[in-house]
Design a protein around this ligand. Structure first.
Ligand code: ZN
Ligand code: ZN
Length: 468
């Protein structure tokens, strides 16, 4: 009787007991070892230095991207990954030729622009037209039909700076949808203020899209100072005429690859923890912060886990995704190829927000695995990372799998200056602080290792998706 009572008391206490024991002491010791090792010298900075120096800009579809695939395979192998393989990703190739702009009158001078990804050109000859300014995409949408016949629409909305980058979403709508809305009103081209927080004379490129049935017009971004200049001219009240000369357009299809490296799990090798970044970049800079850093951080984190004496229970799968920039092609191809294996994915996380230190951790997992995630958060705390329950979302290339139910985690990076350089010629290695790379690799190593080692299955993400 007494024993039965004791047993039921123990059983009643079991859930909290189990929570306290999410990981055994050997696992916690290995997590601490990873944290210390990575935080002192993870090798991540050396990887992004190598990628930006030896490959440089690597736009999807370009020969440089093929060299990046070679680079990633070589690095995975030399870092001691157990398995290195490729998965095909097919997409349309966009080609940038040249891009020039100038004010013809009333104040003739040059303007610094860049064509937006996906844009058509001006048809082999310069395009001269008057500019009409709109403060926002919504203001352009509200313009009467046909009111922009023969004119160039100019959207001057300015992106706001925040640590978590939330100024991007509202501003970037002008980049994605500006051409469609302008075309519907009869415009012959669209120019936008760069989606960026800097005041450098460097325009920010990035993807735009054409809707079905809308005439395709050229789309370009002005640097922030050039946008100011154009607005100042327009404010003087006389018609401002500019010349655009853009050579760009689609050029067939190409198949390239997601490059994948794995550290094989010791007990559940078919179950995986996915981490990664995207291997492609835009063509203007060397793709250091977007997203050489993410590839390097996750590659280095996986390599450190691979050097432990005891491999984690599940496999660590590091993915260098193809063509994120022009429409998540790598992430979507991965989700398509692995849709039947959602439940074999313990969790996924992508690093694609520059190279600033990680300051917050959050995860979308089955509520039953919450105690384990709480413990992982505790192990990230010494790196200066706070725990944010029920916040955040999956990284872009993780999004398609997260939508299918794969649990996700977010290691949020300080993006205060990310949009100063994002998609510009200024996205170069000098913007990366080597010690910040170590802190991030340490966080990814601890997170990925403990997720792979966990006795608890993370199940399915309750909301089924993250942000993109
Ligand atoms: Zn990116
Ligand atoms: Zn990008």
């Amino acid at each position: 009787m007494r024993h039965a009572l004791l047993a039921s008391l123990i059983l009643a206490a079991l859930p909290s007991f189990a929570a306290a024991q999410a990981f055994d002491s050997a696992a916690l010791a290995d997590a601490a070892k990873l944290r210390t090792q990575a935080d002192s010298d993870s090798g991540a900075y050396g990887l992004v230095e190598s990628l930006t120096t030896e490959v440089g800009p690597r736009m999807a579809g370009s020969p440089a991207f093929d060299r990046a695939v070679e680079w990633a395979q070589g690095k995975f192998k030399s870092l001691g990954y157990d398995r290195v393989y490729l998965e095909p990703v097919t997409y349309p190739v966009w080609r940038r030729g040249h891009e020039r702009a100038e004010v013809l009158g009333p104040f003739p001078q040059r303007l610094i622009i860049t064509a937006l990804g996906g844009s058509v050109g001006t048809g082999g000859k310069p395009l001269d037209a008057e500019v009409v300014e709109f403060a926002t995409l919504d203001a352009l949408k509200a313009a009467p039909d046909g009111s922009l016949k023969g004119k160039i629409a100019y959207i001057s909305n300015r992106m706001e700076r925040f640590k978590d980058g939330h100024g991007y979403g509202p501003a970037v709508a002008a980049r994605g949808g500006g051409a469609n809305e302008a075309s519907k009103k009869g415009a012959v081209a669209v120019v936008i203020r760069s989606i960026g927080t800097d005041s450098d004379r460097m325009p920010h490129t990035g993807m735009m899209r054409y809707a079905e049935g809308v005439a395709k017009i050229p789309a370009a971004a002005l640097s922030n100072p050039d946008a100011d200049l154009l607005s100042n001219m327009i404010r003087r009240g006389k018609p401002v005429k500019i010349r655009l000369d853009i050579d760009a357009g689609l050029d067939g299809q190409k198949s390239t690859y997601n490059v994948i490296g794995e550290i094989r799990g010791r007990e559940l090798p078919d179950e995986v923890v996915v981490i990664g970044g995207h291997l492609d970049s835009w063509d203007l800079g060397t793709g250091a912060i977007d997203d050489g850093a993410g590839v390097a951080i996750t590659m280095a984190a996986g390599a450190l886990i691979g050097k432990l004496d005891r491999a984690p229970r599940r496999t660590i799968r590091v993915i260098a995704f193809a063509n994120e920039e022009q429409g998540l092609f790598g992430g979507r191809a991965y989700a398509q190829a692995h849709a039947a294996q959602v439940d074999a994915h313990q969790v996924g996380a992508e690093s694609d927000f520059g190279a600033g230190r990680i300051y917050a951790f959050s995860a979308g997992v089955d509520p039953a695995a919450r105690a384990t995630v709480d413990e992982i958060a505790k192990q990230l705390q010494p790196l200066g990372i706070e725990y944010r329950v029920d916040k955040g979302g999956a990284g872009p290339d993780i999004g398609p799998m997260a939508k299918l139910g794969m649990p996700w985690a977010q290691l949020a990076q300080d993006g205060t200056d990310y949009f100063d350089y994002h998609h510009t010629a200024n996205d170069t290695l000098d913007k990366i602080e080597p010690k910040a790379m170590d802190q991030q690799a340490a966080a990814y190593a601890v997170f990925a290792y403990l997720s792979a080692e966990s006795a608890a299955d993370f199940g399915r993400s309750p909301n089924g998706e993250g942000q993109e």
